[in-house]
Design a protein around this ligand. Structure first.
Ligand SMILES: [Ca+2]
Ligand SMILES: [Ca+2]
Length: 398
C-alpha cells in the first residue's frame, strides 16, 4: 500500500513538472481567462419594488466565449436547511422581493471553465401597505357578443366598467362573450416573476354538464416606466401550448355589427335556429358570416348595448376542438381544452417567463402589474349558442 502511494505521488510530480515546462515552452498561446466583477456593495428597495442590479463584468482573454450568469440567494426550508436558490440567469438582474428582509445576492459568472464571484446586499424595506393577492382593479372591459349581455343595460362604457368593478368587488363573475371579449385588471403590487416557477393563476367559471366554456388567452404588462398605466409597448402575450400550432391565427381581427331589431328572423332547418342572419360579422381574412340567435335566447340582445353600430376585436385566434355528439342535430357538443398557458383549463397557472413580444420572441419581465384575459376562440355550439368564457379573477401565486 505504502509503495502504491509513493508511486502515485511521483507520477503526480512528473505530471506537474511536465505541465510547468510545457507552459514555459509555449507561454503566450493560451493566456489565462480571467473574470473581474464590480458590484455595488448594497442596494435598497421597498417590498414588490424592482431594483436593478447591474454589475460591471470584465473578461480578459475570453475571446468569443459567451459568459454564463447565475444569481442566487440563500433560502432556508422549513427544517432550517439553507440552500442556494437561483433567481436569475441574465447579466443585469431586476431584483424584487415580497418580504422585507436583507438579501445577500450572489453572482457567479462562468466563462471557459473559469468562474468569478461577487455578492451584494439588498435591503428590502416595509412599505406600510397591505397587498391583495388578487387583481381586483378593473382597467378595461369589452365583451364580444353573447346573450348574457342582454342583462348589461348600460349606455356608456364608463357605466359598464363601474358595473364590472362592482361585480368583482362582490366576487361575482364577468362574461367575456365570444372571440376577442376581454377584461384587463390591475394588481396593487408587481407580481414577481419567480425564477423557474409559475407566478399567477387565471380563474374562470368552469364548464359543467349544462354549459361549455372556452379556454382563454392571457396578455401581461409590466409597468416599466412606472406611470401607473399599461402602455401599448408594455404588453406581452403569454405563448401557451397552442401558440406555435398551425391552426393558430396571429393578428386576427373580427368586426361585429349591431343587429337590426326590426329585421325579420330567418329560421334555419333545426328547431333551435331561430334567426340564422341575426348578428353579422366580418374578419381581416376576407371571411364573413352571421351569429345565429338561438330559440332559447330569442328575446335576448347579444350585442353590448353601449357600443355603436360595429366594433372590432383583435388577438391571436386559437382553435378549440368542438364536436357535435348529437348526430349532427346541434344539440350537444364536446368542447376540447389546452395543455398549458391559458385560463379555463385544468391548471390555469402561468409562468411570466412564457411571455413573448409581438414578433413571438421571448421576453424576460421582472414581474407584471396588469393582466388582460381574452376569449381567443370563435365557435358556435349549436343550440347551446356561442362558445364563450366567464371571468372570475387573477391571483398572485407567490
Ligand atoms: Ca416565473
Ligand atoms: Ca406604464
Amino acid at each position: 500500500m505504502k509503495n502504491y502511494i509513493k508511486y502515485s505521488l511521483s507520477i503526480l510530480t512528473i505530471a506537474a513538472f511536465y505541465s510547468c515546462s510545457k507552459d514555459e515552452v509555449n507561454p503566450v498561446t493560451n493566456p489565462e481567462v480571467s473574470i473581474s466583477i464590480k458590484l455595488k456593495s448594497d442596494f435598497a428597495a421597498g417590498r414588490y419594488n424592482v431594483v436593478v442590479i447591474d454589475p460591471e463584468v470584465t473578461i480578459e482573454n475570453g475571446g468569443e466565449v459567451i459568459p454564463q450568469y447565475k444569481w442566487t440567494i440563500k433560502v432556508s426550508n422549513k427544517d432550517g436547511v439553507v440552500r442556494d436558490s437561483v433567481i436569475g440567469d441574465t447579466k443585469v438582474l431586476p431584483f424584487i422581493a415580497p418580504k422585507a428582509a436583507d438579501y445577500t445576492v450572489e453572482l457567479t459568472v462562468t466563462a471557459a471553465d473559469v468562474t468569478g464571484r461577487a455578492s451584494t446586499l439588498v435591503k428590502v424595506s416595509e412599505t406600510n401597505k397591505t397587498y391583495n393577492s388578487k387583481a381586483w382593479s378593473v382597467v378595461d372591459y369589452m365583451p364580444s357578443p353573447e346573450f348574457i349581455l342582454n342583462d348589461y343595460v348600460y349606455s356608456t362604457k364608463a357605466e359598464a366598467l363601474e358595473a364590472v368593478q362592482t361585480e368583482l368587488n362582490e366576487d361575482l363573475s364577468v362574461p367575456l362573450g365570444t372571440f376577442g371579449g376581454y377584461i384587463t385588471t390591475r394588481f396593487d403590487h408587481t407580481v414577481i416573476n419567480a425564477y423557474g416557477k409559475r407566478d399567477f393563476t387565471v380563474q374562470m367559471e368552469n364548464s359543467n354538464s349544462g354549459t361549455r366554456f372556452a379556454p382563454v388567452s392571457v396578455f401581461v404588462a409590466y409597468d416599466a416606466n412606472k406611470n401607473g398605466i399599461a402602455d401599448d409597448n408594455e404588453w406581452y402575450e403569454i405563448a401557451g401550448s397552442e401558440y406555435h400550432k398551425s391552426s393558430t391565427v396571429k393578428n386576427y381581427e373580427i368586426t361585429y355589427y349591431k343587429p337590426d331589431p326590426n329585421k325579420t328572423a330567418v329560421a334555419g332547418a333545426a328547431d333551435w335556429q331561430f334567426d340564422t342572419t341575426y348578428l353579422k360579422w366580418t374578419d381581416n381574412k376576407s371571411a364573413s358570416g352571421s351569429i345565429t340567435r338561438t330559440k332559447k335566447w330569442r328575446r335576448y340582445n347579444y350585442y353590448p348595448q353601449w357600443i355603436g353600430d360595429s366594433y372590432t376585436m383583435k388577438g391571436t385566434k386559437l382553435q378549440v376542438p368542438v364536436k357535435d355528439i348529437s348526430d349532427g342535430t346541434g344539440i350537444t357538443f364536446n368542447v376540447g381544452t389546452f395543455d398549458w398557458g391559458y385560463g379555463g383549463i385544468k391548471d390555469p397557472s402561468i409562468d411570466i417567463s412564457w411571455a413573448v413580444d409581438k414578433d413571438g420572441k421571448k421576453v424576460q419581465l421582472p414581474g407584471i402589474d396588469f393582466v388582460k384575459v381574452y376569449q381567443s376562440s370563435f365557435a358556435e355550439i349549436g343550440a347551446s349558442d356561442l362558445l364563450t368564457a366567464v371571468f372570475r379573477y387573477v391571483e398572485d401565486l407567490n
